[in-house]
Design a protein around this ligand. Structure first.
Ligand SMILES: Nc1ncnc2c1ncn2[C@@H]1O[C@H](COP(=O)(O)OP(=O)(O)OP(=O)(O)O)[C@@H](O)[C@H]1O
Ligand SMILES: [Mg+2]
Length: 463
């Protein structure tokens, strides 16, 4: 069975509390009022009995029953008096008249005292205050009265009280309803947010609400979501790295096999070419030899790329001036491209920029990117290389004027063996990515609005 929620519990608790408080207070109040009224009522009847006793003295002494009857019937006309009885000192009834059948009857009695005790104020003394000797009493007045009036009054008060209590309980219930609703609405909103997050919407954040407690809860909830999102991203990154490592490990095995299988025949070919070179008799041999040598070079490069990527040597870090290192790379490319329509324009600050790095790895990585930029330009074009230091970061940008990278390939270009060039291995950028990653750096690629691609490398430097 579903347990009642906060809303219902608060309402029930409030209801029970108010009911218990109002009804117990009411019951106590009614009983005190009743006691007070009964005692005042009794006092009044006692006063009437004493008044009759005073006036009845002579009538009792001379046994004037008609006079006593008149006195008694006078008293009977008083409201709530049911029976008036006058007794002599032997207990015989001298007068006994009754007004009819009345319910809830009570009795008060007072003695009729002879004149010798008149120095005592009998009318205003209480029945317990003055001791009257038995011998001085010449008779007794007994009044039977009805408390029906009190009962009716108490019933009326009770009814009014119940109405009043019910009204008060409803009002309190209403107030508690609105108070508990304001709490429950905020808790429900938090629960809804939690459900939405559970269904995968990690971007959602809980509203803080108006109560300090719910605000604190929402803040804690949002902080939990932030750390959840952060660890999810970290997990994704870690997964990516693991996948890449796995692939690299597989490739390592594969490349070792290729290196073994291809390198031996290559050296045989190379030896044969050397022998051919020495033989002057063949007329087309120089062209053939040229072809063979080109292919051998290409194969050799493929194997070396494979090996350096799949079985990378551990980087050996030392303090390097990155700007000087880049300048050297650029100079090499300028020499290579001298006499072609590929122009290389470099803007590298002459101030040194020191970082702990493996210069060989970095040189090869950056050379691959610059080589790609030159290749992307085709026959003609400008390759712009800029380097600067900003906030402890060395930033290098390499731009070209080629066709740029197709948007569907942007995500793939750093994967090993991805190439769109007929003679490419697809290992240049994969190697660059790996080397820069090993330096704790970042490499990104974008297409420029003016056309061509822009590669950006960021490396942390020493203060
Ligand atoms: N500057 C660039 N402009 C346009 N596309 C580029 C650029 N640099 C890289 N690419 C794309 O990324 C692919 C992968 O480059 P990567 O250097 O890894 O291999 P490759 O250049 O094809 O072969 P290799 O470098 O082994 O000769 C390229 O084939 C090309 O499609
Ligand atoms: Mg390349």
């Amino acid at each position: 069975m579903k347990k009642p929620g906060i809303h219902i519990r608060i309402l029930l608790a409030a209801f029970a509390l108010i009911c218990a408080a109002t009804f117990s207070l009411g019951a106590v109040g009614i009983s005190i009022t009743r006691e007070f009224m009964e005692s005042r009522f009794k006092d009044r009847m006692f006063f009437l009995a004493k008044y009759l006793a005073l006036n009845a003295e002579v009538g009792v002494l001379i046994d004037d029953r008609s006079a006593l009857e008149r006195l008694a019937s006078n008293l009977l006309s008083e409201e709530d008096v049911a029976t008036v009885t006058i007794l002599d000192n032997h207990g015989d009834k001298l007068v006994n008249i009754s007004s009819g059948a009345l319910s809830s009857l009570r009795i008060v009695e007072t003695p009729i005292i002879s004149r010798r005790l008149r120095n005592v104020n009998l009318l205003f003394s209480s029945d317990t205050g003055v001791k009257i000797p038995e011998t001085e009493s010449i008779g007794k007045v007994r009044i039977t009265y009805s408390t029906r009036g009190i009962d009716q009054l108490m019933a009326l008060i009770g009814r009014r009280f119940i109405f009043f209590s019910a009204g008060l309980t409803c009002l309190a219930g209403l107030i508690f309803y609105f108070i508990s609703r304001s709490i429950v609405v905020q808790v429900t909103r938090l629960a809804q947010a939690a459900r939405q997050v559970a269904s995968g919407d990690l971007e959602l954040r809980a509203q803080q609400g108006t109560l300090p407690e719910t605000r604190e809860l929402a803040l804690a909830f949002n902080a939990m979501l932030d750390s959840l999102a952060a660890s999810r991203t970290a997990l994704k990154e870690a997964n990516k790295r693991i996948m890449r490592q796995k692939m690299l490990a597989e490739m390592g095995k594969f490349s070792l096999m290729i290196a073994h299988e291809v390198k031996n025949p290559l050296s045989i070919i190379k030896c044969s070419v050397d022998v051919l070179k020495k033989d002057q008799s063949l007329p087309t041999k120089s062209t053939m030899i040229g072809y063979i040598e080109d292919e051998i070079k290409r194969l050799n490069r493929l194997i070396e790329d494979f090996l350096s990527f799949a079985r990378p040597s551990l980087p050996s870090f030392r303090v390097v001036d990155l700007n000087a290192m880049l300048k050297e790379i650029v100079t090499r490319f300028e020499l290579q491209k001298a006499g072609t329509s590929i122009e290389i324009q470099a803007k590298i600050l002459s101030v040194p920029c020191h970082a702990k790095a493996d210069p060989d790895l970095l040189t090869r990585a950056l050379s691959n990117i610059i080589k790609n930029a030159c290749e992307a330009n085709g026959e003609k074009g400008l390759v712009r290389i800029t380097a600067c230091c900003r906030q402890n970061t060395w930033i290098v940008e390499i731009e070209d004027e080629g066709k740029g990278i197709a948007s569907e390939n942007l995500k793939k270009i750093f994967e090993p063996f991805f190439t769109t060039r007929t003679k490419g291995t697809g290992l240049g950028l994969a190697f660059a990515f790996q080397a820069i990653n090993n330096h704790g750096g970042v490499i990104t690629a974008k297409n420029r609005a003016e056309g061509g691609a822009r590669f950006r490398v960021e490396l942390k430097i020493e203060d």
